[in-house]
Design a protein around this ligand. Structure first.
Ligand code: 26W
Length: 817
């Protein structure tokens, strides 16, 4: 394997064993004759880390020597999950480690379970960043990722009596072997204060005197590529009190308070905001954004200036990717540095910025767009607010020349929103200053062009593009489903699909082969056993492996319609209850699995979680039903839980109201793992259908262009079944009558914004179809194989190649082995 040809460190099992024992003794400080699983995990990770660092050094040496155009990927969220298995697989030395450990009396899988998740993100956008980093490293692109090192990642979800409670995620308490603290790499970040205009030799310039300074310290996280020596860097910033503290408080003798105040600086990078849809205009959030942006921009400009002394070369050497609008202050910060510190004139600085930035939006509706109150900006970042006004002024003048006095359009396109709370529209700023505006699926792109950013699209159609999201097959098949991974390699006769996922299409010709089908089912059963064990330990519910495992796992949101799923479950339960014994024998047994976190302040989402538990309580304890239907809510859904749930699922649901999911990436992971999809034609599902064929999934509802509201068709009436299941909830059949009242109200005809009523019949039909196919094992398995075979397009490798060519203009820079 490629992993054996390494640098100074040897990778044969004997050498690995010695390394692990050395780390037990010198890093973990335990006796090499007496250490437990966790200590073994620590030593093992440090041994892997050594190998990562070796490659990381070589890669950066190589980048330095070649000086290619580099991509700087800015994201406020990265949902990395665990690193151990991903690293040893990408380094190609998993089996060697497993052997080394087994000789020491340890089992690799057991140690891997010791690792906690790095959950520095909320959901889709954050896990997408993690997948993209894996692809960027694998494809040898010269890239740096930048983000924030939150001390508390996404909250832990604890369920008490069916209600969600949030607990802090102390992820750093047991140490983090994957990061390298760089105390010598730190930058001062300035806040507040005032701006003065000065002049020298008749030239006016602005001076910003800050009121507060905080230090940003770098923590580097090497990200190894698969089948390459390249390992790129994810640099996360932590806030530390600045060295330039308030001397006056010290001098006045208020020593203790001076230290306590200084320490407050650290709060900037303390905690991740747990909302993945709404903006509240909080000062701390804005501080986080600027803190991360300022440190990253300083680092990037320093690296550029190490080699270059002319900023004309900047856009040929530096590409910025802005992951949603959260890092958009970077645009203004680069302008500020070029004008105020590097003394470039506006025209030059503007041209440089416009050539350097590329922006991706992950949102579908205007309410989801970030707006920052002007008062807040003006107080925290006074110079930046001036620059934003300057950009807007020039843009508005230019626009007037192009479109004339169309004031309502000018108002819509302005960066500044006049209203009760005067605000800055970060999306408008990002579009105006970027050379490329990207959507995350084809339908998302259509929505951007026709609704969200129509005014901008009409002005600059050439700026708008889309790159359908993808996920990495390394994490989502190789790491999480080793059984399927070997089976695929065996039938394709090669492991090359791990780097070239299009090769999965080669499975198509074997889809009906009974031998493959048998092996395919066997693999699924093993994964279902693993999942069933997990369900029993985490929820106490025993489930039958013969049942169809029907799964919906994702953040809880009204638009994702977990409520539609639960109403469907109630319908199923009601049907079973009303059947006679012989009819019950014909029922296809189901285990309905739901998992996901609700934002702490999102009351409706929390009620949906409670309803799920209330229904589960009733159904799971009903002897009439037994194994025909079980309902489980998997608590604390996160990346490592996903790695267990996805391979063990038969069916997965992606049933957002059409027009609301920008892309959706969970579906791609299920698809790769041969789980059949029951989905609406929303986001990327439309493209999935094109790849696998609508006959290989269960489509719910109407397609976007047939949206009843668009007037083509009358809206389907609400069915009697829908009225019945809602009234069961309303009448207290599952208890908590009062508590669920508002949920039921929201389903009334005129209030049913997410169209659960309109889609219910079609949803039940799709579910019934899934039942019918499930009993036909050959057909189901064939569809499952065709799902995996058709998943090639949804690799983040493809997405990244598209970005590299059409947005960033970067080329691979492969480090020699
Ligand atoms: C703190 C406020 C906040 C945080 C995160 C607002 C918005 C976000 C994200 C932009 C929300 C998000 O994760 N969007 C999802 O992005 C995925 C990756 O492109 C898509 O697959 C999902 O459809 C989209 O909802």
């Amino acid at each position: 394997m490629f992993g054996l040809m390494d640098g100074f460190l040897k990778n044969d099992p004997m050498s690995l064993q010695k390394d692990i024992l050395d780390h037990v003794e010198y890093t973990v400080a335990r006796s090499r004759f007496n250490f437990d699983d966790f200590e073994a995990f620590q030593a093992l990770s440090h041994s892997v880390r050594d190998r990562l660092i070796e490659r990381w050094h070589d890669t950066h040496q190589h980048f330095k020597k070649q000086d290619p155009k580099r991509l700087y990927f800015l994201s406020l969220e990265f949902l990395m999950g665990r690193s151990l298995s991903n690293s040893v697989i990408n380094l190609g030395i998993r089996d060697e480690y497993a052997e080394a450990l087994s000789q020491l009396g340890f089992e690799y899988e057991v140690l891997a379970e010791q690792e906690g998740d790095a959950a520095l993100g909320n959901g889709g956008l954050a896990r997408l960043s993690a997948c993209q980093m894996d692809s960027l490293a694998t494809l040898d692109y010269p890239v740096w990722g930048y983000g924030l090192r939150y001390q508390y990642g996404l909250f832990r979800q604890v369920i008490v009596d069916g209600y969600q409670h949030e607990q802090p995620d102390y992820w750093l308490n047991f140490g983090n072997p994957w990061e390298i603290e760089r105390i010598q790499v730190s930058y001062s970040v300035k806040f507040y204060g005032m701006v003065e205009e000065k002049a020298s030799n008749g030239v006016k310039y602005k001076v910003w005197t800050p009121g507060e300074t905080v230090e940003a310290v770098a923590y580097d996280n090497p990200i190894p590529g698969y089948g390459t020596r390249n390992a790129i860097n994810l640099r996360l910033w932590a806030a530390k009190p600045s060295g330039q503290y308030d001397l006056e408080s010290y001098n006045t003798g208020d020593y203790i308070n001076a230290i306590v105040n200084r320490q407050k600086a650290e709060t900037i990078s303390y905690v991740l905001y747990p909302d993945d849809r709404s903006y509240q205009g909080k000062e701390l959030r804005l501080k986080q954004q600027y803190f991360f942006v300022s440190a990253s921009v300083q680092d990037i400009i320093r690296r550029f200036k190490d080699v270059h002394d002319n900023f004309d070369e900047f856009p040929d050497k530096v590409a910025f990717q802005i992951n949603d609008t959260h890092p958009s202050l970077a645009i203004v910060e680069v302008l500020r540095v070029l004008i105020d510190e590097e003394c470039l004139d506006w025209g030059k600085a503007w041209e440089i910025v416009c050539r350097a930035f590329s922006f991706t939006t992950h949102t579908v509706n205007t309410e989801g767009l970030e707006k920052i109150p002007v008062d807040l900006l003006g107080s925290l970042l006074p110079r930046h607010l001036q620059i934003m006004y300057d950009i807007n002024h020039r843009f508005m003048e230019d626009l007037k020349r192009k479109i004339g006095q169309d004031y309502s359009r000018l108002e819509r396109m302005s960066i500044v929103e006049e209203g009760i709370v005067k605000s800055i529209r970060m999306a408008n700023l990002s579009i105006i200053c970027s050379h490329t505006v990207n959507g995350v699926s084809r339908v998302h792109f259509e929505l951007l062009k026709t609704r969200l950013f129509k005014d901008f699209y009409d002005l600059w159609p050439q700026k708008f593009q889309y790159k359908t999201n993808g996920v990495t097959q390394r994490r989502w098949i190789v790491v999480s489903n080793p059984g399927l991974c070997s089976l695929i390699s065996k039938w394709l006769g090669t492991e090359a699909w791990i780097r070239n996922v299009d090769l999965l299409a080669g499975l198509r010709e074997h889809a009906s082969n009974p031998v493959l089908q048998q092996e395919w089912r066997m693999t699924k059963t093993i994964n279902k056993m693993r999942l069933a064990d997990y369900i029993e330990t985490s929820t106490g519910v025993k489930v039958s492996l013969d049942a169809m495992f029907d799964v919906q796992v994702k953040r809880i949101h009204e638009y994702k319609r977990q409520l539609l799923n639960i109403l469907g479950i109630i319908y199923r339960y009601d049907c079973i209850k009303n059947m006679n014994k012989s009819d019950r024998k014909k029922v296809v047994p189901r285990v309905c699995i739901i998992g996901g976190k609700a934002a702490p302040g999102y009351e409706v989402a929390k009620k949906i979680i409670k309803l799920c538990h209330a229904v589960a309580d009733k159904v799971n304890n009903d002897d009439d039903v037994g194994d025909l239907l079980k309902v489980v809510f998997i608590p604390d859904y996160n990346v490592s839980v996903a790695e267990l749930v996805i391979p063990g699922s038969d069916l997965s649901q992606h049933i957002s109201t059409v027009g609301h999911e920008a892309s959706g990436t969970g579906s791609m992971k299920f698809l790769m793992n041969g789980c059949l999809l029951l989905a609406t034609a929303d986001g990327s599902t439309v493209e999935i259908i094109e790849e696998i064929g609508v006959e290989n999934m269960f489509l719910v509802g109407t397609k976007l262009h047939e949206d009843p509201q668009s007037g083509d068709k009358p809206a389907p009436g609400v069915s009697i079944q829908f009225i019945r299941v809602v009234s069961m909830v309303r009448n207290g059949y599952f208890g908590f009558k009062e508590y669920f009242n508002s949920l039921c109200d929201s389903l009334e005809d005129d209030k049913d914004f997410y169209k659960l009523g309109a889609d219910f019949s079609s949803y039940l039909e799709a579910q019934a179809m899934a039942d019918r196919v499930f009993v036909n094992k050959e057909k189901w398995t064939c569809m499952s194989i065709l799902s995996t075979a058709g998943s090639g397009k949804f690799s983040s490798d493809r997405t990244i190649e598209e970005y590299a060519k059409h947005a960033w203009g970067i080329e691979p820079c492969k480090c020699p082995f």
